[in-house]
Every structure is written in C-alpha cells, then in structure tokens.
Design a protein around this ligand. Structure first.
Ligand code: TXA
Ligand code: MG
Length: 341
C-alpha cells in the first residue's frame, strides 16, 4: 500500500481533516497529529476498523485504546459518569480539555468491546491539536500512538512513516508534537475515604497539579493475568538497541570493545555523564538549559536518533523526578526493559 503524506498547513488544515474523515468513514485507519504523540485513528464505533488498528500495530488485544472526542458534550456518547464523580470529572474537563489528560470512566455499551479490550471502562480525551480535534468533532476516533507495539512513540510524521509506512493509506503531518510524551491517564474513583484519582500513566499534566482536584493514588493492584492499565506494561517505548537507564542505583561500567551512545539530559556539567566516557554518539534532550518540557518534546526523537546511530548500547541519564520529569523517567525505564529485541 502507498502511504500518502499530507501536510496540514496553517491555513488549510481543514481540508486535511476532510481527507482523513473520508477514509475513516470507509473503515480505514489514518495517522493524525496530536499535541502529545501521533495517533493511529479509526472510527471508534466501527469494530472492524478498530481491529485494523490492532493488526497494523501488532498490538495485543488486551491493551485498550483511547477514544478521542471533539466536544465536551460528546463524552456521554462514550462514557457514563456516575453521579458521585460528576463534579470532579466536570472540574477536570474544565481545567484540562482540550489537552493531554485522559479520563478512564465507565463505558457506554455502544462502544465496541474491542476498543476497551473487554473492560467495562473507556479511556477518553479531547486533543488540543487542531487536526485531531477537527477529526474527532465529526467522528469519535479510537487512537493509540502510531508506532508498532512496544516501540518508540512517534512525535513527527517522519517517525510515523518509519514505523508504519506502507501499512496505512494516510499520514497527516501536523508538525512536531508540542508535548512529546503521551497524555496523563487518571481514573477518577470514589473510595472509602473519599474521591481519588488513580494515576494510570504519568504524562504532561503532573501529579502536583492534579492533587488540587483529588487525592492522587496508585492504581489498584490487579490480578496477575488482568492488567487494569496496560499502559503500565513494563516493556514499552523501546529501541531495538539495548539500553541502560541510569537510575540512581546504576553505575556505568563500559565493557571493552563495545560502542556506547549517550542520551544526556542537558549535556555537559551538572553531574552529566558526558565527560565520563568517550561516547560514540550523544543526543541531548534539553541542550544546555535543562528544561524538562523541552526534554519531553525531544525524548522520543533522541531515542530514535540513538537507535539509528549503530551503537551497541544506549545509556540514558535520568532526569529529575518532578513535573513532566516523572513521565520522562517512566518512559526511559520502560524503554530500557523492552530494549534490544
Ligand atoms: O497522548 C496519548 O494518550 C496518545 C495520543 C495518540 O492521544 N495515545 C496513546 O495511546 O498514548 P496508547 O494506546 O499508546 O496508550 C493508551 C493507554 C493504554 O496502554 C492503556 O494503558 C490505557 O491507555 N487505557 C486505555 N483504555 C483504558 C482503560 N479502560 N482502563 C485503563 N487504561 C486504559
Ligand atoms: Mg503507545
């Protein structure tokens, strides 16, 4: 299959939305930009189209998708908000939609089971990117990140082509993603002690901000064979090159004869590993400045670049565990677990 690449220009992005809709209405899947990472979208109410998403991504059927809606009022088409959560959900939506916050809520029966992997909850958000939002205004779409399962998420149209070129009919190029890591996922819930937000995946909206709305807790421990949030799959976002994540406990000891690439947070200085070894390749997430938001935007780009650099091993520095840094470390940790395969 030829994959068509269409650029969503500042002025005529609406035309590209129409082009995507025409394919989606035929049950096709298309790659669309969002503010977090590029998504692979299908009509959320067309089970066969959604099945294609799983097939193309080689994604296991137990890993549910996020439904993207275009209007707040469309929430009731896909989810049912229990009365006890109504106010909290309203406040979160008011504060963060459109934007990188995904809410896990009881699902409406009309949403095909394949979207939610048979769970009785659905994950839903409104994207802040004109193109994704423009599409989902006309049609709610189920869209995971547009990468092969377990691999590095795409933050540019070029990265989507590298991942899925030849397998999908259309990629809309909406530029580099503004946030660079996937949305924060929370499940609002009423527990014995009151309202909580179960943090299913760290993302651009940090825990510190969400605390203003309700207590933020870890997701419930689940039975071994049932994952409440498969976003927590340990191995994910992974380069094919083996990767070491420099958690506090780890020290870097190079092996004789091996080549190493460094993913550095800000480059030289400030406890950086840059001067500690004669690296064969170096990528810096936030060159010089050490800005976590910039680090997030460049994270997956840098990982791809190092994966393509032909080194034997990638070494990734940890960033500070605050704000969006929590999401960066989370992705690096899981990338290292799944790496080298
Ligand atoms: O920023 C994002 O969220 C991007 C863009 C494209 O919107 N999408 C994304 O999708 O990251 P994906 O499939 O890569 O990750 C979605 C994750 C799943 O792995 C799963 O953990 C979680 O969302 N999820 C989906 N439905 C869920 C549910 N009912 N309960 C708990 N977690 C759910
Ligand atoms: Mg993903």
């Amino acid at each position: 299959m030829d994959t068509k690449l269409v650029v969503a220009d500042f002025e005529d992005w609406r035309q590209t939305v129409d082009e995507a809709i025409a394919l989606l209405e035929q049950g096709e899947v298309v790659a669309l930009p969002t503010e977090t990472v590029y998504g692979l979208a299908a009509d959320a109410f067309n089970a066969e189209a959604v099945a294609k998403v799983f097939e193309i991504k080689e994604r296991p059927s137990f890993d549910p998708l996020i439904v993207h809606i275009g209007h707040k009022r469309d929430l009731e088409k896909v989810a049912m908000v229990p009365e006890e959560l109504d106010e909290l959900v309203d406040e979160l939506i008011e504060a963060y939609w459109p934007g990188p916050l995904t809410l896990v809520l009881p699902k409406r029966p009309e949403v095909p089971d394949i979207v939610t992997s048979g769970l009785d909850t659905v994950a839903v958000r409104i994207s802040a990117h004109e193109v994704m939002r423009g599409v989902s205004r006309q049609m709610p779409v189920a869209a995971p990140s547009a990468n092969r399962f377990g691999r590095i998420s795409p933050t540019s149209a070029q990265a989507v082509i590298e991942e899925l070129g030849g397998k999908i009919p259309l990629v809309i190029d909406g530029g580099a993603c503004r946030d660079g890591v996937e949305s924060t996922i929370v499940a609002p819930a009423m527990e014995e002690k009151g309202l909580v937000l179960r943090m299913m995946r760290p993302g651009p909206i940090p825990k510190e901000d969400l605390r203003k709305f309700a207590k933020v807790v870890k997701p419930k421990k689940t039975k071994a064979d049932h994952i409440e949030s498969p976003g927590q799959i340990e191995s994910h976002y992974a380069p094919t090159t083996p990767m070491i994540f420099m958690d506090k406990k780890v020290t870097f000891e190079p092996e004789e004869g091996k080549s190493y690439g460094l993913l550095s947070y800000r480059g030289e200085g400030n406890a950086s590993l840059v001067e500690k070894h004669d690296w064969d390749a170096i990528e810096m997430m936030s060159p010089g400045k050490g800005k976590l938001a910039e680090g997030a935007v460049r994270l997956f780009y840098c990982l791809r670049a190092l994966d393509a650099a032909g080194v034997d091993v990638i070494v990734a520095e940890a960033v500070s565990e605050t704000g969006i840094g929590v999401a960066i470390n989370d992705r690096l940790r899981r990338a290292s677990v799944g790496s080298g395969k």
